[in-house]
Design a protein around this ligand. Sequence first.
Ligand code: AOF
Ligand code: ZN
Length: 377
Amino acid sequence: MSTLEIADTTIAGPEDALALAVAQALRGVRGANPLVGAIITAPDGRVLASGYHRGRGTAHAEVEALAGFNGFNESSSTSGFDPADSTLWITLEPCDHTGTTGPCTEAILASGIRTVRYAVADPTGPDGGGAARLRSAGLDVGQVDAEQARRAGAADLNPRWMLARDSGRPFVTAHLAQSLDGRVAAVDGTSQWITGPESRRHAQSVRSRVDAIIVGTGTVLTDDPRLTARDAAGRDLPRQPVPVVQGRRAVPAGAALRGGDSWLHVEDHDPQVVLDRLTAGDNAAGTTVSSAWPHGGTRPGHVLIEGGPTVLSAWMGAGLVDELFLYQAPLILGSGLAGLDLPQHTTLSHALHLTLDAAENGAISRLGDDVLLHYAA
Ligand code: AOF
Ligand code: ZN
């Protein structure tokens, strides 16, 4: 794994160390959790271990690096190697909270490492970041010079995550499964299926990572989706996102998405109103939604926009989509419903600009006959 790939590398200084940690971070998958990378160096600058965060629900970067380091430590314990002489470099301040995984501060303290350097502060945990905790335990903990962090690429690794974090709203992912000519249904409304089974499985795997899935009333009325997260065999996973319907039309009593424990209807078209309802923890009007979101906490950390075109266009147009998975099927429908329609955009300068994700995993991939493009919006 990663540890072996950068073993024998020697860092020349902090900027160099961070650049290596950034290269690790970029191997992850962008989403509701930030991209984070970590390396551990010996006093002579040799890189002893490295790690990165693979996305929500998986080990944090430093925990992965520490696993490699502890192995190294054990195998060299007879040669007088002292972990206290090593330095842990991380692109993000270590966490001090138990979320999907345990606090990184505990793992660092247990490793015997006494020196920690990080690039970007992360005060988002319930008790703030982990730097203060490590310092009070006597470790030498410091934030790398901002200019060096910027030059190493550590400062702007997670612009969308920071924006969502600072504005107190969930991270927003959107799906769009379309034909080569940008359509999601034929003129007669037929749409199942434009993309192939591999694409649909991938879309399911994204569902399993989110707290809520948002669709419009139109999608409920035409497709009647269940909006559940399923495994590869089609079985419902134990942890389910909360279905959220947006729009003014009624949600039929027999709608499939009403079959789960909780669901929410926000009788408004405005994405900001939907966000406000989701983050207010107020489930007043109409229907219920559990106040404990699947990942804990009182508001969702990650929502997925599943369409249809009206809903997706509203979120895109409002600049509230952080990342887009575009499933491109090799069909030309010729006519039919466009996946996105922003009629107020009438000239080139109105265009929304997206960037292909820089992370190694999944910016462009082949899924059966389809192509998946992963954009930061
Ligand atoms: C770290 N190292 O590699 C990452 C951190 O749901 P969890 O438990 O994965 O927690 C997610 C939060 O932890 C995330 O919002 C951010 O504040 C921090 N991410 N922290 O120490 C890591 N990915
Ligand atoms: Zn952590």
